[in-house]
Ligand binder design. Structure first.
Ligand code: PGA
Length: 281
């Protein structure tokens, strides 16, 4: 199996941006645990799953437990782990009178490297708007956390032919004003709302079409090289059964996984399949 990822131009971009070559469109698998597992359950899960993961991986593997489990997951992973820690959200101020919120410096100190921002559950259940998403991304970047911006259309928007327009609007809303250097740390996750938690993943064709729209927007707004260097993940009912088909496209640079990341066997299988495809890329 061979995947032609446009490494050379991306590497060139990275050199211009002063980044290391080996982060360029490395396959990224992120487990979004949502509101699941207590701190002790999280530690047990990590101790069981880690021996089943590719070691050392050529892909990046990130787990994003609830805030309260970050510390126990970090301890369970240990200092020499290749599994990275992510958060599911943050608040854009770094400290102050914001009851119930958690800031980027707090996450950074707990060992987080990534943060998921603008997940559709945050947008629909908690009323998060593009303006807030933008502030959260800026705060993440200021504190050297890598944001994963989630975007995606609802079923009715898709049925009305508005998918591309919605994606461009959410990209504009989340990323406006970011420099090339900022953008080098950003990943985008295309997560059609109708595919999240429904068991109805997008087809590879649907995902690739959306990813092309996203990449074209990045090229128009920043540059073709930056678009080639930016990782675009797919999320929405990814399982061990469909992950290979999705990742075989050179447009799909990884996956954001909800339900299937909560079980040891399914998360480990997804990571191993992604590793075998990534290693051929
Ligand atoms: P799912 O969730 O894999 O359970 O569909 C994905 C997500 O919400 O990130």
């Amino acid at each position: 199996m061979s995947i032609s990822r446009p490494f050379s131009s991306a590497i060139q971009t990275n050199r211009v941006l002063g980044l290391t070559d080996n982060i360029v469109r490395t396959t990224l698998i992120v487990g979004n645990w949502k509101m699941n597992k207590t701190a002790s359950e999280a530690a047990t899960f990590i101790c069981t799953v880690v021996p089943k993961l590719p070691a050392p991986p050529t892909i990046e593997i990130v787990v994003a437990p609830p805030f309260i489990a970050l510390e126990s997951v970090r301890t369970a992973l240990g200092a020499s782990t290749s599994v990275q820690l992510g958060a599911q959200n943050l608040f854009w101020e770094s400290h102050g009178a914001y009851t119930g919120e958690v800031s980027a410096p707090m996450l950074k100190e707990l060992g987080c490297r990534y943060v998921i921002i603008g997940h559709s559950e945050r947008r629909t259940l908690f009323g998060e708007q593009d303006e807030e998403v933008r502030k959260k991304i800026r705060s993440a970047l200021t504190h050297h956390l890598k944001p994963i911006l989630c975007i995606g259309e609802s079923l009715s928007q898709r049925e009305q032919g508005q998918t591309d327009e919605v994606l461009r609007r959410q990209l504009t809303g989340g990323l406006t004003g970011l420099s090339d250097k900022d953008m080098a740390a950003v990943a985008v996750a295309y997560e059609p709302v109708w595919a999240i938690g429904t068991g109805k993943a997008a087809t590879s064709e649907q995902a690739v079409a959306a990813h092309r729209t996203i990449r074209a927007f990045l090229a128009d707004t920043w540059s073709a090289d930056l678009a080639e260097a930016t990782r675009i993940l797919y999320g929405g009912s990814v399982t061990p059964h469909n992950v290979s088909g999705l990742l075989q496209s050179d447009q799909i640079d990884g996956a954001l996984i909800g339900g299937a990341c909560l079980e040891v066997e399914s998360f480990a299988t997804i990571c191993c399949l992604a590793e075998s495809i990534g290693a051929c890329g």
